[in-house]
Write a protein of this length. Structure first.
Length: 453
């Protein structure tokens, strides 16, 4: 029997929007000063002939998704853009009707083949990594879910039940999920508010003496200024991972500055997450780091909420990078390695106790992996890819609908805030931060939860 609620993709348009950075962002040993947004608009048609438009947007993120010794960032950027365009063509060529989960999984099966065609066309020296494939195609994935929700006049998170889906989760995730659907692992209403994780980059100024020349664009520039202006309670600290003394001293200094600022605003509790961007050689580095923090600043140690993937993203190539000892001290979450269900199982075997979800890996994969992670009772967090505008709202709506997620990362407002302006008018609580939280309850509309009004 066919499901009368099925839809098909009849149009998919891709465009690119350059976004300059107001301040440089360093991670993984490279510094980013600009990005492009991949913007996608799709048109869906229901079995009854009705149609709806869906949108998706995501920063290109090639430096993060495709670090390489043989492919320079401009070449990776060109390939990812072409991949987004080629996958949009393939989406329309599907012709079949279905639920967004099934439509996108059918496309995901084609990603590698489409990517291989791009590599051949551009005569490039290596394949497009799976993570870069997911990032390039995530705006299309988001647009399909957005359009399907709008086709039915519902939130995209409220069309995940047996009424709309054609298979239960055992079809995708195994027998443990028999009789269950994604509505069991998502919320019917978004969380009212979520704390905002503010990024402290490796080259970000902590104090006035760290600023050679002020930007003077009206936004805060030092860590103290950001804490006081936005009432921040959650800080994500970027670290080097290959300079133990620097990493320890960086956290200790950040904690000392935070303590003064938080005392000034009367705040007694705040938190840190630590991100080494895979640069740690082994778990011993992490253990020595944690020991150093605890010795130099017990308060800073206590404030660490979790550690992001500290070692290499290739889990199969580096099976000795086991996280059990570190995860016994603080939750250690998988990030760059999390690309499919197999990688989640691999990470769990290596001792990872949490997962970092990102909308840039695709709405479909994220929803399925969040169900799998919840079943395993893992620590959950949602991060972004320096997402501004639409992409930040999408990331926040995802965080607000996954039970157990305690905070949302949002650093586009720090580094590339220009695209936020057109959305801030209708969703001020998402962009005007004063108490360290964003008002995710505003994201309760159709589709992914928001639209230009």
């Amino acid at each position: 029997m066919t499901n009368p609620r099925d839809a098909r993709i009849v149009r998919a348009d891709v465009s690119f929007q350059p976004v300059p950075f107001r301040a440089p962002l360093k991670f993984g040993g490279r510094t980013v000063t600009q990005t492009d947004l991949i913007n996608v608009e799709v048109e869906l048609e229901g079995r009854d002939g009705t149609r709806a438009i869906g949108h998706g947007s995501m920063p290109l993120g090639n430096v993060w998704a495709w670090p390489s010794q043989v492919t320079e960032p401009p070449a990776a950027e060109k390939a990812m853009k072409l991949l987004a365009e080629r996958t949009a063509v393939a989406a329309v060529d599907l012709k079949e009707f279905g639920h967004p989960i099934d439509l996108m999984l059918a496309l995901i099966e084609q990603y590698e083949q489409i990517a291989a065609g791009v590599i051949a066309e551009l005569n490039m020296p290596e394949a497009i990594p799976v993570l870069a494939q997911l990032v390039a195609n995530s705006p299309l994935d988001a647009a399909v879910h957005d359009g399907y929700g709008r086709l039915h006049g519902q939130s995209s998170f409220n069309v995940l039940s047996s009424e709309y889906m054609n298979h239960d989760l055992s079809h995708y995730l195994g027998d443990d999920f028999k009789g269950e659907y994604l509505d069991r692992y998502t919320s019917r209403e978004p969380k009212t508010t979520l704390p905002l994780y503010h990024l402290v980059g490796a080259v970000d100024p902590l104090k006035d003496a760290d600023i050679p020349q002020r930007i003077n664009d009206g936004l805060p520039e030092t860590l103290s200024e950001w804490i006081l202006a936005d009432g921040l309670t959650h800080l994500k600290i970027k670290l080097n991972g290959d300079d133990l003394a620097w990493d320890i001293d960086r956290v200790v200094e950040i904690d000392a500055i935070s303590e003064v600022a938080q005392k000034e605003r009367g705040c007694k509790e705040w938190f840190y997450s630590l991100d080494f961007n895979e640069k740690c050689k082994n778990v011993e580095y992490v253990l020595d780091f944690l020991k150093g923090i605890q010795e130099k600043s017990p308060g800073a140690f206590d404030r660490v909420q979790y550690i992001e993937q500290p070692t290499h993203r290739d889990l199969k190539k580096f099976p000795d990078n086991r996280m059990h000892q570190a995860a016994a001290i603080k939750p250690v979450v998988i990030d760059e390695s999390l690309i499919n269900q197999e990688s989640l199982h691999d990470a769990e075997k290596l001792g990872y106790t949490g997962v970092a979800f990102k909308a840039c890996k695709g709405q479909t994969e994220t929803l399925l992996l969040s169900a799998a992670a919840q079943k395993k009772n893992m620590f959950l967090c949602v991060q972004d890819l320096t997402c501004p505008g639409f992409s930040f709202l999408h990331s926040a709506s995802l965080a607000a609908r996954i039970p157990g997620v305690a905070a949302i990362e949002g650093n586009g407002r720090q580094y590339c805030p220009a695209p936020n302006a057109e959305w801030a008018v209708d969703y001020p609580g998402m962009f005007d931060v004063s108490d360290g939280t964003v008002q995710t309850g505003e994201l309760n509309g159709q589709g992914l939860g928001f639209e230009k009004k």
